[in-house]
Design a binder for this molecule. Structure first.
Ligand code: DHB
Length: 313
């Protein structure tokens, strides 16, 4: 039997396995990031970095439920220099995707200027979709702001760049957003970030379960898989084929990964499942994907990527 090849390519980077951590999961400190690199993950995403370190929102700010999670972390991170330094001093064959954001557009531009001026030449992910900065909307829900930031960034940025998008829920939103994204030399998009500003209620205590923002926060886990599938599918149908897609949202099994790749994902990120199960989730889900591919007679991801059929096909 031919061995199953799980490799995938984004930009100049080859991932030997298609599962990596979602930004914000097990990736704030060097200890956590090294643990991801030592696990069966195919690569590492760093916690979205701001120019200066941030402590984030008050605790409790993350809560698990049977079907997923809610968070309002508020961008706790060690600051961009820490992550650039970590990458410069880490010897690994696995790709590292540097996630970057800011609470103001000017800060996001400054962060990318620093990255452009640095020796870092890997993948960078501009987060246009943090739902948890008090008083700040998600750029990805504002077409004008999205266009403005991409115009400003691509005036100077020449390294491989992706954008992390919020979930869209209306077909017209995909049309409008894809039309904008197609105008820029993006290496990839990442769909989706958490479903912003959901609410989890504790019926016994008759209160919310996290402290920031009156309990509102980003929803992850099983709740959001159909939204992730829809976003990956809709963008794959609309984006230039050179723009790759990282599929993120609601994965807990190898079958979930298979579904996202059928919809057009190049690689897949794990979020809530790693929070709940730990880094062993990577090996388990890789194995489940491999077993499913073997059962179906597929040898590589390209054998089924984007092959989702419509009902009458
Ligand atoms: C945070 C949450 C997000 O969903 C995101 O994209 C970035 C940051 C946070 O609260 O830290």
């Amino acid at each position: 039997m031919t061995a199953i090849d799980l490799s995938a390519t984004i930009g100049n980077e080859t991932f030997q396995h298609p599962l990596i951590n979602a930004a914000g999961v097990w990736d704030e400190t060097a200890t956590e990031m090294n643990a991801v690199l030592e696990s069966a993950a195919g690569g590492l995403t760093t916690k979205s970095a701001t120019l200066a370190p941030r402590a984030g929102n008050p605790q409790p700010r993350y809560f698990d439920t049977d079907l997923g999670s809610i968070n309002s972390m508020g961008l706790p991170n060690q600051g961009l220099a820490y992550y650039l330094d970590f990458i410069a001093n880490t010897d690994t064959d696995k790709p590292i995707d540097l996630s970057v954001t800011g609470t103001k557009m000017a800060d996001q531009i400054d962060a990318l200027k620093q990255i452009q001026a640095s020796d870092f030449a890997g993948l960078c992910e501009l987060n246009l979709s943090c739902p948890n900065v008090v008083g700040k909307p998600q750029i990805g829900y504002d077409l004008e702001a999205t266009k403005e930031i991409l115009d400003r960034v691509f005036a100077f940025y020449t390294k491989p760049l992706g954008v992390k998008l919020p979930p869209y829920l209306d077909l017209q939103q995909y049309d409008a957003m894809a039309e904008i994204l197609n105008q820029y030399p993006l290496t990839y998009i990442n769909a989706i970030n958490s479903v912003g500003n959901g609410l989890v209620v504790d019926p016994e205590a008759e209160r919310v379960v996290i402290k920031p923002k009156g309990g509102f926060g980003g929803i992850g886990g099983k709740y959001i898989k159909p939204v992730a599938l829809a976003n990956v599918r809709a963008f794959r149908q609309r984006l230039r084929p050179e723009i790759k897609i990282i599929g993120t949202g609601g994965v807990t099994t190898g079958t979930d990964v298979f579904e996202l790749i059928l919809c057009g994902a190049d690689i897949v990120e794990l979020g809530t499942v790693v929070m709940q199960e730990g880094l062993d989730a990577f090996a388990r889900i890789n194995q489940e994907l491999t077993d499913l591919m073997a059962a179906k007679g597929y040898q590589k991801l390209a054998d089924f990527r984007s092959h989702l059929q419509e009902y009458d096909a």
